[in-house]
Design a protein around this ligand. Structure first.
Ligand code: AMP
Length: 311
């Protein structure tokens, strides 16, 4: 079992959006709150292992947010501050919280961002290409040396606008995360089994399909693993569920430095655990208050949801 402290794990390099999010859900709303795929995933990873973030913000980005990341032991030297406004995303959710409706995407400083991986990060053994323009994900892959495991995530915005680049990314990663709607959209099929199989043909040995409150499915050589989501009575804000899932996943893998299938299954449950906490509050609010004890207690609870006696 996971022992609790994150020191000693291999560091994970995370590249992705650092954002100010304006979100509306049936339980409330926030404006210009801390968000972004790299933020959610690095905070999630930081419960297990040191994380290094590469991204960009504008001059309007509150320093308090960077200080918060640093307070989690996250190396923020790779976050460039550029003249202009920070990336902003507006989203709303109705009662089907699995479906985010994008209200606006303002790329701002992301529009001409060139990721520069600081020399000290280039030898990172674990890399997570969080949601960002797939062309930038490719630029990152060109700069890293020889990672043990590279995972990527994406979203419908890039499937619609940069599909060819996204497929180039898929050719070069070990693990691809996608939610169910994105996998169906990318492959053009209603079957997730077929979609995952075809995504694997592009390159990733492991494909993890996230299904919101319905859990996650892992596809690898022959076996697939199905993990439930933690049954929560109330989801306050689903934003960042996928990113915190992936961040917890890769953070745990890096912490244990073990990419066996057995350990990947555990990492999926750790990812589900962190994601389930994340959606209990807006922005990073719940993760800010999360303890190692909360994580280990909920991780162990997962077992009861899937345990049954064999015949
Ligand atoms: P998730 O709910 O895990 O799928 O991701 C939500 C996060 O993705 C939010 O914090 C947004 O800031 C970020 N996001 C939304 N649209 C984009 C985009 N086109 N590129 C990169 N990040 C985005």
């Amino acid at each position: 079992m996971y022992s609790g402290m994150h020191n000693g794990g291999a560091p994970v390099l995370i590249v992705g959006s650092v954002a100010l999010d304006s979100i509306k859900t049936p339980l409330g709303q926030v404006t210009d709150a801390l968000g972004g795929a790299a933020v959610y995933s690095s905070v999630a990873a930081s419960f297990f292992t040191p994380a290094m973030v590469v991204g960009v913000v504008g001059e309007d980005f509150p320093m308090a947010h960077i200080d918060f990341l640093a307070s989690r032991g996250i190396n923020t030297h790779g976050i460039q501050v550029r003249p202009g406004k920070s990336f902003r995303w507006g989203g709303s959710y109705e009662f089907d919280l699995n479906q985010a409706h994008t209200l606006f995407t303002e790329l701002n400083v992301f529009a001409d961002f060139k990721p520069t991986i600081p020399p000290a990060y280039r030898s990172a053994e674990y890399v997570f290409l969080a949601n960002i323009d797939p062309e930038l994900q490719l630029e990152v892959l060109d700069q890293v040396e020889k990672p043990k495991l590279v995972a990527c995530d994406t979203m419908n915005f890039w499937i619609e606008n940069k599909q060819d680049s996204l497929i180039e990314v898929l050719k070069r990663v070990d693990v691809a995360f996608m939610n169910d709607a994105e996998a169906r959209q990318l492959i053009g099929t209603s079957s997730l089994i077929k979609a995952a199989g075809e995504i694997r043909q592009f390159g990733p040995k492991t494909v993890i399909i996230k299904k919101g409150e319905n859990g996650a499915m892992m596809f690898c050589d022959s076996i697939c693993f199905m993990a439930p989501s933690y049954p929560l009575e109330e989801v306050v804000d689903p934003t960042g569920a996928g990113d915190s899932f992936a961040g917890g996943f890769i953070g745990y893998i890096a912490h244990t430095n073990d990419i066996s299938e057995r350990n990947i299954r555990k990492a999926i449950i750790y990812g589900s655990t962190i994601a389930s906490f994340n959606v209990e509050g807006f922005s990073l609010d719940r993760l800010k208050a999360l303890t190692q004890r909360d994580i280990s207690d909920r991780y162990n609870e997962f077992k009861q949801f899937v345990f049954f006696e064999p015949m």
